[in-house]
Design a protein around this ligand. Structure first.
Ligand code: TXA
Ligand code: MG
Length: 326
């Protein structure tokens, strides 16, 4: 399956359109919706198959952690662990163009793929009331990167969205033009120092004044520190050593299979997709890498995965995961 043809509907911004958008999201569909920054391409954040569809629709060649959009602070506290800094920033800037990267809460429902396998989660409550209605109608957090093809500029109108994604997503909710036009500011609260991961709609100075301290740069912490060529520490790195493009298991190896190629013979083998479906494989990738780590696998043979469609992103991630580490 390399293409995923859909009929893209333009939904009106009233109760019927919102209900329709919510139903589509609950059913695993892809719905673009307006926020105050840019149009987001939404999928139910708890549904790994739906989240895999975001990457496919955007033609994104690698998996980044996505921002999960939340309806209110109570719902946000179920996804991320709030310390006093997070409470203060949420109070000052939510709803609005600020994303907080927080440690994952034990009650979180955002799936591994939406977090790119990390133990943290990016959360924001959008200021756009239509966006919050859609999230409420979806019944849970909505993962949404900007609703454009990978490498294109972010969309500020439904026409921009359709120019890139018509036929690739289920619907666009028409909310007119986005007032802010640049993405949200992203602040990580994972370490002792709060860090600015991406400048955006809320100015740095406003955040620093609420925190009472300065924001460290993204480069000063774990987020962008390369620990191996092409491998960012912000991405989940398995402990196991991976052998890619393996045709068969060797002695002592566990297996990460695709399309039922490996004969297990007592070894631990997880199949990303027994039926050879790349969206299913993408949905399972990070949770299966974790499961192999949890089982103590030291060496893992990984079956060849076709480079087409979502396979490019899966292979990108596997090459990073297999790169030598200090
Ligand atoms: O304004 C916006 O933020 C738009 C609208 C649609 O809300 N959304 C957006 O989302 O730009 P997205 O998914 O493209 O932003 C992804 C970025 C990642 O590249 C990363 O920098 C950060 O959010 N991010 C999300 N979760 C993270 C995590 N757990 N750890 C570190 N960074 C994270
Ligand atoms: Mg973008």
């Amino acid at each position: 399956m390399t293409e995923d043809k859909r009929v893209t509907r333009l939904l009106a911004p009233g109760p019927a359109g919102i209900a329709e958008a919510g139903a589509m999201l609950r059913a695993g569909g892809l719905v673009a919706f307006p926020t105050e920054t840019v149009y987001g391409l939404g999928a139910l954040a708890s549904d790994p198959r739906a989240v895999a569809g975001i990457y496919r629709a955007k033609g994104r060649p690698s998996f980044n952690p996505l921002i999960s959009h939340i309806v209110d602070v109570a719902a946000a506290r179920r996804q991320g662990r709030f310390d006093s800094r997070a409470e203060r920033l949420a109070e000052a800037f939510w709803p609005g163009p600020l994303t907080l990267v927080l440690p994952l809460a034990p009650t979180a429902s955002v799936c591994d793929l939406a977090r790119a396998g990390l133990d943290s989660v990016g959360l924001r409550i959008p200021a756009n009331a239509l966006a919050r209605s859609v999230i409420a109608a979806a019944g849970g957090p909505v993962a949404a990167p900007s609703a454009n093809l990978s490498g294109h500029v972010s969309p500020a109108t439904p026409a921009h969205v359709l120019a890139d994604l018509d036929g690739r997503i289920d619907a666009v909710l028409n909310g007119g033009a986005c007032p802010v036009g640049v993405e949200s500011t992203i602040v990580s609260l994972l370490g002792d120092k709060p860090r600015l991961l991406r400048p955006g709609g809320v100015p740095r100075a406003a955040i620093e004044s609420v925190l009472g301290e300065s924001l460290a740069g993204a480069e000063e912490g774990e987020a962008s520190q390369p620990v191996a060529p092409g491998l960012l520490a912000s991405h989940y790195a398995p402990r196991a050593v991976l052998r890619l493009d393996a045709e068969a298991l060797r002695d002592g190896e566990a297996g990460l299979d695709f399309g039922g190629r490996f004969a297990a013979d007592g070894a631990m083998v997880l199949d990303l997709s027994p039926g050879g479906d790349l969206a299913e494989a993408a949905a399972n990738l990070f949770s299966m890498l974790r499961a192999l780590d949890a089982a103590g696998a030291a060496r893992v043979a990984v079956a060849p995965i076709p480079d087409a469609d979502l396979g490019e992103a899966i292979n990108d991630r596997l090459r990073r995961a297999a790169a030598p580490r200090p």
